[in-house]
Design a protein around this ligand. Structure first.
Ligand code: GAL
Length: 683
């Protein structure tokens, strides 16, 4: 059973009753239901319809819509409308608006122009959320609630006056004294010492645009804290009214937000907005990127790390578009492919964006299932076909994505890296390289956020990669040590543990808190200069091309150098050190994990192609397994996804049940361009 109350994956759609004639509603809902769409999401931008003037509430519009939903048997996800404050509100209370770093205040006319910290905005949000919940929550058609819409989309930085004073309060809570803040931010450098709290501000424009990096890191933490509090304020109100069994969620994962914390504090599950067709928009197209829409599997893995069973609130069903961006329509098969991609990665509910394309406004080119006229079309036929497939996929909802490999991330390092290329470039290269290698060797992996991890979390994985945890706390180092000592294989990349929690560099020999765990000492390190490009390291007979950075490693007693750099002034220095510890082992690699290097690690550590006894597939195919249980029996479902427009051949090494057709298949199978299959593993 999933959170939507089904034991199968169900479909929804985003619908905007306010964009259409009331006379169309019933017919629209009937057509949706006939197409297998059982839930609509509504009202996320509709504040004015409920509070057209300050303090004057009118519930009639959505009452009438919910009547139609109940008459037709449609389920509803109702949203709080706080992403788009009304014009009357921002005009009267300009302090609710966000501003640029230079202090230019954003104005009405788009969306997400508010700030989270204005006491006035919080007061008005509390009131509208309370009124909406009190009035609508008992309606039988409502099954869930969405808070706001895409926190931190459009902008993830906040510089209003309310933010400045809230930042000061955040810092007072955190540091208590100015001396502690000055020490944490290293303000003695360049005479930045604060002598009164009023002098402390959100980062402001400077001659180079750069600010004290420790202040910036705390600023990102503060933004995340602000969103989490804002979401909690709303969910606390909703919880007082929502019917038993109705869920609370929000949609999208964006920058400067600890979505794990927000979910733990305020949500029943996280929902994602998945638009893989971005990779085919001419303005964003990268010929050399081999992953394209498949890269959304990486995003979906991020969502899964927040909610192992998540929903997709907005699944692409038409061309992306804005006045600035023209884009292709999903090709036949791609809506199914992207829907199955979401489900393969853990989605238990998929809602398309949107039913009919808007005829006006900023998003009139952002296409939904139907075009402007609402006439029957190929995309709706494909949605109908998806719903038929899902009916046959019973038992998948609530099942879990299988992975033996984990890649460790954490928010402090992501935020630290935003302004620090000594971390960011390495991290991005490795995240990308590991993803590609895992995809191309059909090796499912999970992201694990170490700042939301207990000692037990890592136990389920055979191999755990820690690409470049520059900032590492003692508690986190202990989690990693525990995992290795219990029998795990831990793989570090360069530049590990060289910073403390404030983002200041440590004075211990590198790699700081993991030196004894990894059996490594790093007497010297260097970025790889562009004139050199890469330095070869030899691991047995395998040569690794190391790029961007080289930690030059020495092995401590009991550890062993497995690979040495082959060129340049540090020829012969260690590039890879292996250390046995307890029941397990660590590898410290002195560089980044490119796709080629990551592949070598996956293969040498014996975790590549975990399903090779079941299926052999070419690179263009992604495979994923969901494992569930029905009536005490374990059931496994293998997803086979063809991202290319060309036919692809896969080889089944045993009999598998094709869930879509019910037939048993074995041996060579040809998948058409963009075709997907779901197989149940028998026996
Ligand atoms: C999402 C957003 C929707 C719509 C959609 C298409 O980011 O939640 O409201 O804007 O993208 O642009």
């Amino acid at each position: 059973m999933n959170l939507i109350g089904n034991d199968r994956v169900s479909l929804g759609v985003c619908y905007y009753p306010e964009h259409w004639q009331e006379a169309d509603w019933e017919n629209d809902l009937q057509r949706m239901l006939a197409s297998g769409i059982e839930t609509v999401r509504i009202a996320e931008f509709a504040w004015n319809l409920i509070e057209p003037r300050e303090g004057s509430f009118d519930y009639a519009f959505f009452d009438r819509f919910l009547d139609v939903a109940e008459k037709t048997g449609m389920q509803v996800v109702f949203c709080t409308p706080t992403a788009t404050p009304p014009a009357w509100l921002t005009k009267k209370y300009p302090e609710v608006l966000n501003a640029t770093m230079e202090g230019v205040v954003y104005q009405h006319g788009f969306r997400r122009h508010y700030n989270y910290n204005s006491p006035k905005y919080q007061e008005l949000c509390r009131r509208i959320v309370g009124r909406i919940a009190a009035h609508y929550a008992s309606r039988p058609c409502i099954v869930g609630w969405q808070i706001d819409n895409e926190f931190n989309c459009e902008t993830a930085e906040f510089y209003s006056e309310s933010d400045s004073s809230a930042f000061r309060n955040f810092l007072k809570r955190k540091y208590r004294t100015l001396d502690a803040l000055n020490a944490a931010w290293g303000t003695v450098f360049w005479n930045q010492t604060y002598t009164a709290w009023e002098e402390v501000d959100v980062p402001r424009a400077t001659p180079t645009g750069r600010v004290n990096p420790h202040r910036r890191l705390d600023f990102f933490r503060f933004i995340s804290d602000s969103v989490c509090r804002f979401a909690k304020m709303q969910s606390d109100i909703l919880r007082r009214y929502v019917k038993k069994g109705d869920f609370i969620t929000t949609n999208g994962i964006f920058g400067n937000l600890d979505s794990h914390r927000m979910t733990e504090e305020s949500l029943d599950l996280m929902m994602y907005d998945s638009y893989p067709n971005f990779s085919y928009c001419p303005a964003l197209y990268h010929e050399e990127d081999p992953t394209k829409d498949r890269n959304w599997s990486r995003h979906l893995s991020e969502v899964r790390s927040i909610s192992p069973h998540f929903g997709v609130m907005e699944q692409q069903s038409g061309a992306n578009g804005s006045m600035e961006m023209m884009a292709p329509v999903p090709k036949p098969g791609q809506i199914t492919l992207w829907t199955m991609q979401s489900i393969a990665h853990g989605a238990d509910f998929v809602s398309f964006f949107r039913w009919r394309t808007a005829t006006m406004g900023t998003e009139m080119y952002w296409h939904g299932i139907l075009d402007y006229s609402g006439r029957e079309n190929r995309r709706l036929a494909e949605v109908r076909d998806i719903s038929q497939k899902l009916k046959k996929m019973e038992g998948i909802a609530g099942s879990s994505y299988e992975a033996q490999v984990a890649v460790v991330r954490d928010y402090d390092n992501i935020w630290n890296g935003q302004a620090d290329v000594w971390q960011r470039d390495l991290e991005q290269a490795s995240i990308w390289g590991l993803f590609q290698a895992c995809q191309h060797t059909h090796t499912p992996f999970d992201y694990v956020y170490i700042d939301h991890c207990s000692k037990k979390t890592l136990d389920q994985y055979k191999v755990v990669f820690c690409p470049h945890l520059a900032i590492l706390t003692q508690e986190q180092a202990d989690i990693l040590r525990h995992y290795a000592e219990q029998g795990g294989t831990l793989v570090f990349g360069c530049r590990t543990a060289y910073k403390d929690i404030n983002g200041c560099c440590v004075t211990e020999p590198l790699p700081g808190l993991v030196g004894s765990l990894a059996g490594v000492d790093i007497p010297e390190y260097t970025a790889v200069a562009p004139d050199i490009g890469s330095v070869t390291a030899l691991w047995g007979d395998t040569s690794l091309r190391t790029i961007l950075f080289n930690d030059q490693l020495a092995a401590a007693d009991g550890a062993e150098v497995l690979a040495e750099y082959q060129e340049g002034y540090y020829q012969g220095a260690g590039a890879l050190v292996h250390h046995r510890i307890g029941e397990g082992e660590t590898y410290y690699f002195g560089s980044v994990f490119t796709a080629e290097t990551a592949r070598v690690f996956l293969e040498k550590l014996g975790v590549a192609e975990p399903y090779s006894g079941i299926i052999s597939a070419p690179q263009d195919i992604e495979t994923a397994m969901r494992r569930g249980e029905k009536d005490g029996e374990s059931r496994r479902f293998l997803f086979v996804l063809n991202y290319s427009g060309e036919e692809q051949m896969v080889m089944l090494h045993r009999k598998l049940r094709n869930v879509y057709t019910g037939s048993v298949e074995n041996g060579e199978q040809t998948l058409a361009g963009y075709e997907t299959r779901v197989y149940e593993i028998m026996g």
